[in-house]
Design a protein around this ligand. Structure first.
Ligand SMILES: NC(=O)c1ccc[n+]([C@@H]2O[C@H](COP(=O)([O-])OP(=O)(O)OC[C@H]3O[C@@H](n4cnc5c(N)ncnc54)[C@H](OP(=O)(O)O)[C@@H]3O)[C@@H](O)[C@H]2O)c1
Length: 349
């Protein structure tokens, strides 16, 4: 009966009860006889394992972090839908998050178990320049996404930042009250609040400055420092603000860990912190990168005054104890991470 095109009410009821993998299998049956055993056994197994896979939707999948998150969930055999905007190619779906109807439809169609929301305007100077557009993306689009995630029953992981803190009293736990110093930090904190307001079971993951496998020199604040090493002109580099850089693969592994744990444990929710385990100024980072890439840093001098541009917090060390208590965490040693990810920039010069 199931092979028939028209279905009455009873058939429909019956069809609903048949798992989709079984329906797919039946669709392949020969109309004149039972399925050939070996072929259909393989087909069933394949379809079955595909249907059983968890599904994740990742926003900002072309971004510095989103690329690693996408790769991590793929590696762990989740079915992944990557969304992107101006750089969407290949398997990624082009979608402007400002188009809320399209976002809702995409979620309703894909039915993700989890959504990792990496898309944002993350440059403090760009946010200062165009606060309205940045606020729309960082706050309004995040709020809409939370509403659609709630409707779809998907876990939402919102990526936030250590810049929600003013950097005067580190280390910061998840219970400390944010006090962002710049518009970027304000927009990300407003994004957190908007999300928790709409969907209080959401997960907020605050992270520090990132670096990783980058598409171009200067994609991250960390790889930008290499430019100082490629010239031999004397240059001053900030030795004031203290950061705890993380490799994007570490954060991707943490996102995956949180999503997996939450599938089994609904108490995994609200705010979590992760950061690299080494306290470094930009000047310290340049020295380490120079050593690892065998580039002289003798001409680089420490600048002990606060950075210019959008106000930056001095020390945003995040306490990672809450994640460590649930056995989630990963840190790539900074020297190893830069050696692994940045060697290509020197080879290509
Ligand atoms: N990078 C850091 O050092 C750092 C530090 C702390 C926290 N974070 C947070 O980590 C998250 C990821 O940052 P990231 O460094 O990966 O950012 P990124 O490299 O700048 O990537 C931003 C992503 O957002 C997408 N996007 C921008 N506008 C969009 C729109 N209108 N509709 C749909 N997608 C849009 C971009 O897509 P296209 O490129 O395809 O247009 C890109 O994939 C952000 O929430 C950021 O605040 C980053």
């Amino acid at each position: 009966m199931i092979g028939h095109c028209s279905l009455d009410g009873a058939d429909l009821q019956a069809r609903k009860k048949i798992p989709e993998y079984a329906r797919n299998n039946l669709r392949h049956q020969s109309p004149t006889g039972p399925p050939r055993k070996k072929k259909y056994a393989t087909c069933y197994k394949k379809k079955n394992s595909k249907i059983m896979a968890r599904k994740v939707m990742i926003t900002g999948a072309t971004g510095l972090l989103g690329r690693s998150v996408y790769a991590e969930f793929k590696k762990k055999n989740w079915e992944v839908l990557g969304l992107a905007f101006s750089r969407a190619t290949g398997d990624l779906v082009k979608l402007d998050l400002n188009d809320s109807n399209a976002v809702r439809e995409t979620i309703q169609r894909f039915k993700p178990h989890a959504i990792v929301h990496c898309a944002a305007e993350r440059s403090p100077d760009k946010v200062e320049k165009d606060y309205e557009a940045s606020r729309k993306l960082n706050v309004e689009c995040s709020k809409n996404l939370a509403q659609f995630a709630l409707e779809a029953g998907a876990v939402l992981i919102y990526i936030s930042t250590d810049y929600v803190f003013d950097g005067t009293t580190p280390p910061y736990t998840e219970n400390d009250v944010p006090n962002p110093l710049n518009q970027y930090g304000i927009s990300k904190y407003e994004g957190e609040e908007a999300i928790l307001d709409v969907y209080k079971e959401s997960i907020i993951l605050r992270i520090p400055v990132l670096y990783g496998d980058e598409e171009y020199l200067g994609e991250s604040a960390v790889s930008s420092l290499i430019k100082n090493l490629l010239s031999d002109k004397p240059v001053k580099v900030s030795n004031y603000e203290i950061r705890f850089p993380s490799h994007t693969e570490d954060i991707a592994a943490i996102c995956f860990g949180l999503a997996e744990k939450r599938m089994k444990d609904p108490s995994i929710k609200h705010v979590y912190h992760w950061a690299g385990q080494e306290a470094l100024t930009k000047y310290d980072m340049v020295k380490i990168i120079g050593e690892q890439l065998k580039l002289s840093s003798e001409h680089v001098l420490p600048d002990d005054t606060p950075s210019t541009g959008a106000p930056r917090p001095k020390n945003t060390q995040l306490s990672c104890d809450k994640l460590k208590r649930i056995n989630i965490g990963q840190h790539t040693k900074f020297s190893e991470g830069v050696a692994k990810s940045f060697a290509k920039f020197v080879q290509s010069c």
